[in-house]
Design a protein around this ligand. Sequence first.
Ligand code: CP
Ligand code: NVA
Length: 308
Amino acid sequence: MKHFIALADLTPAEMRHILNLAVDIKAAWKADTDTPYLKNKVLGMIFQKPSLRTRVSFDVAMLQLGGNALYLSPSEIQLGKRESVADVSRVMSRYVDVVMARVFNHYDLIELAKYASVPVINGLSDYSHPCQGMADFLTMLERHGDLKGKKLAYLGDGNNVSTSLLFGAALLGMDFTIATPKSYELHPAVWDIGKRLAAESGAQIAATYDPIAAATAADVLYTDAWASMGQEDEAAKRRLVFPPYRIDEGLLAHAHADAIVMHCLPAHRGEEITDPVADGPQSALFDQAENRLHAQKAILVWALDAEK
Ligand code: CP
Ligand code: NVA
């Protein structure tokens, strides 16, 4: 069973294969020559949290691949409350061909995958956001070509998005530096995995508390919300310590002149990123959002072994 739970579960060859497939699928979409790889297949989408990009891009991806998607809102399934995660998984497996879930607790995804007889895709958990990561590396490839030895600098919270970026960079041999405030670092277990992958690919991975050191000579500057979904209570406290990590024009000036700026969105403009940067010539924000569509088509086709 090909689940898509964390980028670190992929081999470097699998990651490159899915990215190449996304490039081909995007080119076909642009030329209006899409292949209906998933004719009559159905994706079940379980959401415990709100979403714009994940919900719409998966839905449109399935339609354009010849299949259908079913949106299940947080109040409907009530994963683990109305019914156990294991039973939800067993039942969904009898109806749909593939499941995508956005959950609070990553363990619920592991549990879904354990009991599913169809592939399970992580649409964001408190641990990681691998679909976002695939779209992001597709965007970086488009903008910078070969990523080996290029520098990705992440500024802000050591969270689900930065975890996926670390894993993806380490798989692809891209250098990765994360700058966080103290107490907001990536978890040591994430570093252990990142170090193992980086040792194989030759990627240089590093952590610092100094945003300027991270941004210096970067090819990509990346940020995300200071408080993720589920951490709303901490937002005010976090606003006191995160401002030095904001991507503004001053910080961007430390990166390479052709550096791109990335954000998974939704953005809190004026907090982690300023308007002139988000809307400026180096912004790749809306390419990233579009690439969710193409990257997820590739993930779906890969997971369902639907390549002809
Ligand atoms: N980036 C992302 O996953 O956006 P949504 O929360 O809107 O799906
Ligand atoms: N880190 C953010 C990403 C949103 C797409 C969150 O989990 O809310």
